[in-house]
Write a protein that binds this ligand. Structure first.
Ligand code: AMP
Ligand code: ZN
Length: 468
């Protein structure tokens, strides 16, 4: 399998630390609000990556954190805590907010057929681990106390900008427009490991520590939670591109300072889903959630199909027109699949051949769009029905589009009308073709209808049609 590694900026052969086993970490949600469909693009591509690794024969252990404390409204350690902000907005306690939005997050994952990671750990479960790790960083001289907070000293590292793909000026937390400089810091890029004092309203959740009653910074949680479950060496760490800096840069800084060796070999980043106005936001414009799509009559898996149709390393622009197109193509595909009869004996050799082809094609830096194309190739092939269905079921282990489980149950009345109109138009075109004795075109139209899962019959009363 080949994968683009943000650390080396190359597509590389994926070789895990231990043969056959993969330790995978995914930065999880900050549970102060619903996930928008942009966030879910990232989780969906991570899901495909995990499933593809399993499909390729690896034994995967995937870990995800839930940020229920310590994520301030700016990634640069300033501003109000996101959880507290959510609690105030909804007149609930921080714990109630965390529970409500954690449940909502997993419900969204389920609707999009995203598997729950093997380990899901909320940050508030691991305060002891954070305190221990921070203590070691102080002992090793990588962290200092100033203004009653504990900071990581980035000047102690030879190479802090490990991803190095932005200019230093851009990355300087202190010079970014939205951030006021924290005067406690020795260096502009230093970041907080433990807060006991913030100029913003205090945290609701606080714990005792050797440095006073307080709460952890955001970055430390991912380092500690991943090391707790995956050990000192990790194979692949994932997130959206906005996580590259400062979050993942800081994770690497503190983890490698703590461990004294290289920590994670591959860094996988999903590009953003943007709306037509630019960046997707939870506060501006229409807040695009899975529930909103459902309210508008979309099957959440149409959104999965839409996301899988494009490459994860390209920004993707969301529009309802684009989603409509994807929903139409998805529906047609389901209809074509449902028209494949379960007939003939399963051809095991062909199944294996198609399996390997899929692993290789999609395994080339997660080319999900090509993976979808392979389904059409299977449908067009001369495999018997039973083998076609088995190959499609096999592909669906990775794509998770319910390719065989869903039939017309997905279509609402409105969609039936739409289908009816399309079919009737095609029947008219076929009639016209026959009248002009263009039998080739007439046959082609019949085949097109068949591909859509529609069978037509010429009867005395005229042309009749039904679903296959
Ligand atoms: P958050 O809950 O804000 O921490 O984000 C959860 C995940 O979604 C992180 O991996 C982010 O990098 C990712 N993310 C944030 N915005 C977008 C977006 N517009 N498109 C895709 N992924 C995103
Ligand atoms: Zn993280």
């Amino acid at each position: 399998m080949k994968i683009y590694n943000t650390l080396t900026k190359r597509v590389e052969e994926f070789v895990p630390n231990v043969e056959g086993k993969v330790g995978m970490y995914t930065c999880g949600p900050t549970v102060y609000h619903f996930a928008h469909i942009g966030n879910l693009r990232t989780y969906m591509m991570e899901d495909v990556l995990e499933k593809l690794l399993r499909y390729s024969g690896y034994d995967v252990k995937r870990v995800m954190n839930i940020t229920d404390v310590g994520h301030l409204s700016s990634d640069a350690d300033t501003g109000e805590d996101k959880m507290l902000k959510g609690a105030k907005r909804e007149h609930k306690t921080v714990m109630e907010i965390a529970k409500y939005y954690t449940d909502a997050f997993f419900s969204d994952l389920e609707k999009l057929n995203i598997k729950t990671p093997d380990v899901v750990e909320p940050a508030t479960n691991c305060i002891d681990e954070f305190i221990k790790t921070i203590g070691v960083l102080i002992d090793k001289g990588y962290a200092y106390i100033a203004g009653e907070n504990v900071y990581f000293d980035t000047s102690k590292l030879k190479d802090y900008y490990v991803f190095g793909n932005q200019s230093e000026d851009e990355l300087m937390v202190g010079v970014r427009d939205d951030v006021t400089e924290d005067t406690n810091k020795r260096n502009k890029n230093d970041f907080v490991l433990w807060f006991t004092k913030s100029k913003f309203e205090d945290q609701a959740l606080k714990w005792d520590s050797p440095w006073g009653v307080g709460y952890p910074g955001w970055h430390i949680e991912c380092s500690c939670i991943s090391m707790k479950h995956l050990g000192e060496f990790m194979d692949i760490h994932c997130g959206g591109v906005d996580n590259i800096f400062p979050h993942h840069t800081n994770e690497i800084a503190q983890s490698e300072a703590f461990l004294g060796h290289k920590w994670c070999n591959y860094w996988f980043h999903v590009h953003h889903l943007n709306d037509e106005t630019g960046k997707m936001s939870k506060s501006k414009g229409e807040f695009l959630t899975v529930s909103l799509l459902e309210e508008k009559g979309y099957d959440p898996l149409s959104y999965r199909f839409f996301a899988l149709s494009s490459h994860y390393r390209k920004p993707l622009v969301f529009s309802y027109e684009a989603l409509d197109q994807a929903a139409g193509a998805y529906k047609k595909l389901l209809n074509r699949i449902s028209a494949v009869p379960e007939e003939g004996a399963l051809d095991e050799a062909a199944l294996k051949e198609y399996h390997d082809k899929f692993a290789e094609t999609v395994g080339n830096d997660l080319n999900t769009a090509m993976g979808l194309t392979l389904i059409y190739d299977v449908l067009k092939s001369d495999l018997n029905g039973a083998t076609k269905r088995a190959v499609i079921a096999d592909y669906d282990k990775v794509l998770s589009l319910d390719l065989l489980d869903k039939k017309e149950s997905t279509s609402s009345d409105g969609e039936d009308d739409e289908l009816k109109a399309v079919v009737e138009e095609k029947i008219e075109q076929r009639k016209a073709a026959k009248k002009e004795k263009n039998f080739e075109l007439a046959d082609k139209i019949r085949q097109e209808l068949l591909d859509m899962g529609i069978v037509i019959e010429d009867t005395r009363e005229g042309v009749k049609w039904h679903r296959a």
